[in-house]
Design a protein around this ligand. Structure first.
Ligand code: FE2
Length: 284
C-alpha cells in the first residue's frame, strides 16, 4: 500500500497546426486535421481517469504560430486540473523572443510552465526542464531550475521534452529514425544524476514508447499523440509504506491503427519499484 500516490496524465507531441497544413509524417502519418480534437480527447481521457495533474511534454504546436497557440490555449481552458507544461523544439519560433508566444498561450492560473523545480509533496520533488535555442542557432539546449524545494525527497521526478539518457543507438537498432539530441544532453544528464536518490525521468520528442533503466535512473520515453499509437499515459508515482518509490505506467492509444508498425519498444503496462539502489520490475 502506498502512503503517497500521485496520478499524472501524460500527453506529448500534440503538434497542432493551422488549417490547411499538408500531411506530416515521422514514424507514421500525423493526423494533423484532427490534432486539436485529439488534444481535447486526451485531456478528457485524463479527467475520466481521475488524474491529480496533467503533464504535457512539449511540441504542443508544429510551427509555433499564433493560431496554433490559440487552439492549445482553448483546450487548456477546458480543464481545471493542474497542468504542467514544457516547450518542445517545435514550440520555439525564430523571433527575438522565441518562447514569448508559448508563455502567453500557457499563462493560465492552473498551468505551471518549465523551467521550475517544486515539491510535488513532502516526499517527491518535481523538476520541469525548459528549452531554449542553442548557441549560434544550432540545436536546442535544456534549461534546469536550481531552486531548492525544501524537501529531502525519496524520489525526484524530471519531466523533459528531450531525453537526457542516450537513446540513439536503441532506436537505430530498432530501425527507427532519431529526432536528435540536446546540445547539452551530457551535461544535463550529469547535473540530474548529481541529485541524490532515485530519479524518474519522463520524456517526449522521439515519438517512441521505450524504457531505460540505469541503476537509480529510470527513463520512460512517451509516444506521440499526433501519430500512432496516439497515446495518453497514466503514470502513477508513489512511495510505499517501506519508504520505497514505485512507478506504474499504463499507455493507451486513443485511435486504433491496425496496419502500422508502432514505435513501441517496451511493455505498455509496466510496474517499477526502487530497491537496493536500483529500479526493478515489480510483479506485485
Ligand atoms: Fe514532436
Amino acid at each position: 500500500m502506498a502512503n503517497t500516490q500521485v496520478r499524472f496524465g501524460i500527453i506529448t507531441e500534440v503538434h497542432i497546426v493551422p488549417p490547411g497544413t499538408p500531411e506530416g509524417f515521422w514514424h507514421n502519418r500525423f493526423l494533423f486535421d484532427r490534432a486539436e480534437e485529439l488534444f481535447d480527447k486526451a485531456v478528457r481521457r485524463c479527467e475520466e481517469l481521475g488524474v491529480d495533474a496533467i503533464a504535457i511534454l512539449g511540441d504542443l504546436t508544429h510551427f509555433a504560430d499564433p493560431d496554433s497557440f490559440a487552439r492549445v490555449r482553448r483546450v487548456l481552458e477546458t480543464t481545471t486540473r493542474p497542468v504542467f507544461v514544457l516547450p518542445g523544439n517545435h514550440d520555439i519560433d525564430g523571433s527575438a523572443r522565441p518562447l514569448a508566444a508559448f508563455h502567453r498561450a500557457m499563462d493560465l492560473p492552473h498551468v505551471t510552465i518549465a523551467p521550475v523545480a517544486l515539491a510535488l509533496d513532502p516526499q517527491i520533488d518535481l523538476t520541469l526542464i525548459g528549452l531554449e535555442p542553442g548557441e549560434a542557432a544550432s540545436g536546442y539546449a535544456a534549461v534546469r531550475s536550481r531552486t531548492a524545494t525544501g524537501n529531502d525527497p525519496k524520489l525526484t521526478v524530471v519531466l523533459t521534452h528531450f531525453p537526457p539518457c542516450a537513446m540513439e543507438a536503441m532506436l537505430s537498432d530498432a530501425g527507427l529514425k532519431y529526432a536528435g539530441d540536446l546540445v547539452n544532453r551530457a551535461p544535463l544528464l550529469e547535473s540530474l544524476t548529481g541529485i541524490p536518490g532515485p530519479l524518474l525521468i519522463v520524456n517526449g520528442h522521439l515519438h517512441v514508447h521505450a524504457t531505460i533503466v540505469d541503476g537509480r535512473v529510470l527513463q520512460l520515453s512517451v509516444a506521440a499523440l499526433i501519430e500512432p499509437p496516439h497515446d495518453v499515459t497514466l503514470l502513477t508515482i508513489g512511495i510505499d509504506d517501506d519508504g520505497l518509490p514505485r512507478v506504474t505506467r499504463r499507455a493507451c492509444g486513443l485511435v486504433e491503427t491496425p496496419d502500422v508498425t508502432l514505435p513501441v519498444l517496451s511493455e505498455r503496462d509496466e510496474h517499477w519499484r526502487f530497491m537496493g539502489g536500483t529500479w526493478t520490475e515489480d510483479a506485485s
